[in-house]
Design a protein around this ligand. Structure first.
Ligand code: BEZ
Length: 205
C-alpha cells in the first residue's frame, strides 16, 4: 500500500509559524533548487550518509522502470555535505508534491563552515517506503542508472549533477565517487573489456 506523503508532510507541521527556516539539500537540490530562496549556504549534517537507494518513479524513472536516486541512511559518525537554502514556509507545499515519491520531512542540525549551527528541514525516504530499493553492488547500480530515464531526464544526469556539485563544494563522498567510476565503466564499455578483472571497488556501496 502506498503512503500519502503529501498529507503526512503537511501534518508534521515542522517549522510552522516561522517566517523562514533552512532546508538541507543533498540530491538534486545540490545543483538545482527550482524554488525561491532567501539565501543558500553549503552545510553538513552528522550521522547520515547519502545513498542511491531510493527508487524514482516520477523524476528519473517511471513506475514500470524506476530510476535510482539519493536518500539518506543513518550511519553513526558519518558526515554528509549538502546545500542549505533559507526558505519561507509556502515553498514547502510544492516541494511536498514534487518529492511525493516516498520522501518525508524530518528535522536535523545543520553545521555551516563558520561553525554556526541551525535546525533545518530535510526530506528523507526511509526504508519502509514502497519505492525504496536498498543497496546493490556498485556496477549493478551504475547499469541501472545508465539505462533509466524519466520526466526529469536521464538518471545518469542526476548522478553526474550530484557528483559535480559535490566537486564544486570540495566535498568527498565515497559512495558517489564509486558510482561515478562504475558509471564511467558502463558508459565506456570498459567493464566488458576488463572482463576477468574485478571492476573498480566491487561490492555493495
Ligand atoms: C534533495 O535534493 O536534497 C532532496 C530534496 C527533496 C527530496 C529528496 C532529496
Amino acid at each position: 500500500m502506498s503512503v500519502d506523503t503529501i498529507t503526512i508532510n503537511r501534518q508534521r507541521g515542522i517549522f510552522e509559524g516561522q517566517a523562514s527556516f533552512w532546508l538541507f539539500g543533498y540530491g538534486s537540490l545540490l545543483y538545482k533548487a527550482g524554488f525561491p530562496y532567501l539565501e543558500y549556504r553549503p552545510a553538513t549534517i552528522r550521522g547520515w550518509s547519502r545513498r542511491f537507494w531510493q527508487g524514482s518513479h516520477d523524476h528519473r524513472g517511471t513506475p514500470e522502470a524506476p530510476g535510482r536516486v539519493a536518500t539518506l541512511v543513518e550511519e553513526p559518525g558519518a558526515v554528509c555535505t549538502g546545500m542549505a537554502y533559507r526558505i519561507t514556509p509556502e515553498v514547502l507545499e510544492p516541494l511536498d508534491v514534487r518529492e511525493k515519491n516516498g520522501y518525508l520531512r524530518f528535522t536535523t542540525t545543520l553545521m555551516f563552515a563558520d561553525g554556526d549551527t541551525a535546525q533545518g528541514l530535510v526530506y528523507i525516504a526511509t526504508e519502509d517506503n514502497d519505492a525504496f530499493l536498498g543497496p546493490a553492488p556498485a556496477m549493478e547500480m551504475a547499469r541501472h542508472i545508465a539505462q533509466s530515464s524519466g520526466p526529469s531526464g536521464p538518471n545518469r544526469d542526476y548522478l553526474v549533477g550530484v557528483a559535480a556539485a559535490l566537486g564544486r563544494l570540495g566535498a568527498e563522498d565515497a559512495h558517489v565517487a564509486n558510482l561515478m567510476q562504475a558509471l564511467q565503466e558502463v558508459e565506456t564499455g570498459s567493464e566488458t573489456r576488463r572482463a576477468g578483472r574485478s571492476p573498480a571497488r566491487p561490492g555493495t556501496v
